[in-house]
Design a protein around this ligand. Structure first.
Ligand SMILES: NC(=O)c1ccc[n+]([C@@H]2O[C@H](COP(=O)([O-])OP(=O)(O)OC[C@H]3O[C@@H](n4cnc5c(N)ncnc54)[C@H](OP(=O)(O)O)[C@@H]3O)[C@@H](O)[C@H]2O)c1
Length: 296
């Protein structure tokens, strides 16, 4: 039976470190500030934004919300980002995605100043990741790296298989883990990959980020592998009051019989993502005030 890597526990540890760091920054006259933009009234996005603002409050980070109506134009949104880019009291800018239909996410990602891009999605930051010189790493990949590091999992020379190649999750994880320092031999799989189970069953570290409930089954996992489940999927469950429950991309119970270490869903990668947004915001404040990046 495998051991759990608890994102809940690790994120609490990171948040505690960041809370101390924010206190010290405030003593130096620096108050980290995150601008959070929410366009429209998608209920899931509203929950994510609320959780991010609440964690800011808990850590002593100032958060400034910008809630815009569904009919906001591209021009209005870009104008707001322009103003936030030029506002010295704002260190980080987060635009919650998805945007309402008609707004261009990739233009918004490019519009956010790379120095304030705490989501790590701007092409400059993505490029720096590809060059092995990251400044802001997108929050979910950053969370996955922290889980490996803080669980003392050696990645050097290991066969790592990443399921999924999105710009948000799979691709940056694969790039980072193959870079110097992490030194994994990484295989990236996607929807056109042939003989997927043969590839995944050779992975010392298997990272699933595809968005298909319980896709990774017992036979796809190598005995003793480390399994990181990024997926968050809502499935029907009549036994629950809500009628649904969350599962990952890995069939957890059977995977647990084969893996040495595994992340649960919920309580795994999810909580790490918000903690790493906080870390990026603190680092943005440090860098903008001439202080070196924290080595988290
Ligand atoms: N824990 C968190 O905080 C967090 C944050 C972000 C996302 N997520 C979750 O992570 C999962 C992935 O998110 P995402 O944004 O990366 O999703 P995405 O943009 O939809 O990308 C999914 C990737 O999976 C690949 N894929 C789809 N079906 C496949 C199959 N049958 N076999 C192999 N690969 C397949 C796709 O391949 P192609 O490129 O060929 O289409 C694509 O590269 C989702 O469940 C999402 O909810 C969690």
């Amino acid at each position: 039976m495998s051991k759990l890597i608890s994102g809940k526990m690790l994120s609490a540890q990171i948040n505690k470190e960041l809370r101390n760091e924010v206190t010290q920054l405030k003593e130096k006259g620096v108050e980290p500030c995150l601008a959070v933009i929410l366009v429209g009234d998608d209920p899931a996005s509203a929950v994510y934004v609320r959780n991010k603002k609440r964690t800011c409050d808990e850590l002593g980070i100032k958060s400034v919300g910008h809630d815009l109506p569904e009919n906001t134009t591209q021009y209005q949104l870009e104008n707001l980002i322009h103003d936030l880019n030029n506002d010295p009291s704002v260190n980080g800018i987060l635009n919650q995605f998805p945007l309402p239909i008609g707004l261009d996410e990739s233009k918004i990602i490019r519009k956010i100043s790379p120095e304030k891009d705490v989501d790590g999605l701007n092409p400059l930051n993505a490029g720096l990741i590809a060059m092995g010189q990251p400044i802001f790493i997108s929050c979910t990949p950053y969370g996955v790296l922290q889980m490996l590091k803080r669980s003392n999992i050696s990645t050097s020379g290991k066969n790592t298989v990443v399921l999924g190649r999105s710009n948000l999750v799979g691709r940056p994880i694969a790039t980072l883990l193959s870079s110097k320092g992490w030194d994994s031999t990484v295989t990236v799989c996607h929807s056109r990959t042939k003989n997927l189970a043969v590839i995944t069953s050779q992975a010392d570290i298997l990272i699933a980020a595809i968005g298909i409930p319980e896709f990774v089954t017992f036979d796809m996992i190598k005995e003793g592998a480390v399994v990181i489940d990024v997926g968050i999927n809502s499935i029907e469950d009549k036994s629950k009051k809500s009628g649904t429950r969350l599962v990952g991309d890995v069939a957890f119970e059977e995977a647990q019989r084969k893996a040495s270490l595994i992340t649960p869903v919920p309580g795994g990668v999810g909580p790490m993502t918000i903690a790493m947004l906080m870390a990026n915001t603190v680092n943005a404040a440090r860098l903008q005030n001439g202080l070196p990046r924290l080595n988290i």
